[in-house]
Design a protein around this ligand. Sequence first.
Ligand code: FES
Ligand code: FES
Length: 330
Amino acid sequence: MTEGNDAVQPKSTETTEPESGKTQQVRPPITRRDFLIRSNAGAVAVGVMSGAGFAATLVPEPQAPPRPAPPAAPPNPVTTRRVSLDIDGKKHDVTVDVRESLWETLNYQLGQSNCNLGCDRAQCGACTVVVDGRAVNGCSLLTARYGRGQKILTVAGIASGPGVQGLHPLQRAFWLEGGFQCGICTRGFIMSSYALLQSNKNPTTEQIKEALSGNICRCGEYAKILNSVKKAAAELRGEKVTYTAPLITDEAPTPITQNTGPSTSRQFEFVTALGTIEQFDDLALELKQKPGILGVSGTERTVTPIWDPSRLDEIRVRQMLAETGHPVRP
Ligand code: FES
Ligand code: FES
């Protein structure tokens, strides 16, 4: 018998018979209390001590069967993370592999093909999206780091409404100025331009080139891309813009703004010939932004501006060319 059971065992006492002088063991009678204690009926013992009725205390209160514990959610593997992404103003709760890129999550998990994959190594900018106002390469950023409320903007999120009328001025300008050919790079260029125009409403050609230096167009449409950004910037500033191609909508035909008035043109020869035809493209873009200039054509050696004679004369056109850093011969 264990030490604990000894504690509740009634103690026997020794008595001596007066006639025979023999001693014998006498066990005391077991009381109800002893019985209950020995039978380990703790609840009943408490009931007795508190004066409750004996019959009532012997029957335990009926209790609802214990509820089965809900099955524990399987823990995320250490290689995954739960993130809440804010993409184009909508929340997306997804579990991502910690090695997963933002581009992979957008395409493979959310089915959004709003940015293209070119090099997949942060070199071409085709995958550019804007995160909290900064242009970033979606192919090279880990989604697991973007669940803390960062605002992720893709090319689909900058339109203001449905249809061609809802296009962002940048989207419209790239379309109508032909700032694309195969289109692989276009979404990235638009988003890099978008980030630029958020902080600089009137960028110079050099500033646009700098902002787009992380984007590559294998089709070589750089001149038209620069022109597209400049026209979009002008439209965003509230200026009247005439696009190369007419805007065709489903809703209503848009009148084409064309210069139908008189125009003057003359071919000039550069004092110093340009190094490449791309240099001429840059110059032509710059000239076309000047008020009164209706068109520009030329080569590395010559330039032929067309201007509105009611606003400009040859002297002023020559000054404009000199101001661009490319004076022409008398
Ligand atoms: S695909 Fe991301 S930079 Fe080329
Ligand atoms: S339009 Fe083809 S890569 Fe730019």
